[in-house]
Write a protein of this length. Structure first.
Length: 214
């Protein structure tokens, strides 16, 4: 029996191949590369706003894009950490970033209520739909890279990992498309840009867990 056990173990390990460990540095490099690629694709296909290209930034633009970028970075860091589960490892930092980014739609809602319902028309719906669609599509680059990363790891909560993957993808995607979007008003950004993040997060929660299951 002992010989048979050794033979069985030998058969099980014969086809095993060594794999490089998932390190935080490699994960951040993957995320950074996909983010740069996202911005490059946007610039190539849509172009960067003239004022942004010239280094002239609207304060609302800076605030909004900064919040979306911060949320994208926080969610990305959480996803990378979730692929390498450790005892005592927490992934709650993204919540604070999400709370700060949520001030954009909340502020738009308050101003819209005070404006007696005219906020939707002032949000430039035609351009808003374009931002929603293109921001979500651009987010697929980061979302795809993070999904592949999760498949190589061992996330203990696929549903949360999927949600955060979508959150990171939508945030980075709309950050990139904001460099092209010509509108800086709070109504437009608070509604349509935020919707791109929400839509991506929902899509990530639905589809990513199915893609990272072994």
């Amino acid at each position: 029996m002992r010989t048979n056990n050794h033979d069985l173990i030998g058969e099980l390990v014969d086809d095993l191949q060594p794999h490089r460990p998932l390190t935080l540095r490699r994960g951040l490099a993957t995320a950074s590369g996909s983010t740069v690629l996202t911005i490059g694709v946007m610039a190539l296909l849509a172009g960067v706003r003239p004022d942004v290209a010239a280094g002239h930034f609207n304060p609302v633009f800076l605030l909004a894009t900064g919040l979306f970028l911060m949320l994208g970075v926080a969610a990305t860091f959480a996803v990378i950490s979730m692929s390498r589960p450790q005892v005592g490892n927490t992934h709650g930092g993204w919540i604070w970033a999400a709370a700060m980014a949520a001030l954009l739609p909340a502020s738009a809602a308050v101003l819209g209520f005070a404006d007696r319902g005219n906020a939707f028309f002032q949000s430039q719906p035609a351009q808003g739909i374009s931002c929603l669609v293109n921001g979500s599509l651009l987010g697929l680059i980061v979302g795809g890279a993070l999904t592949v990363w999760l498949r190589r790891g061992a996330p203990t909560s696929p549903e949360q990992a999927g949600l955060l993957t979508g959150l990171a993808a939508g945030s980075i995607g709309i950050f990139a498309y904001s460099l092209h979007c010509p509108y800086d008003d709070l109504y437009h950004i608070g509604l349509w840009h935020s919707l791109a993040v929400v839509a991506s997060a929902v899509a990530g929660r639905i589809f990513v867990p199915k893609l990272i299951q072994w």
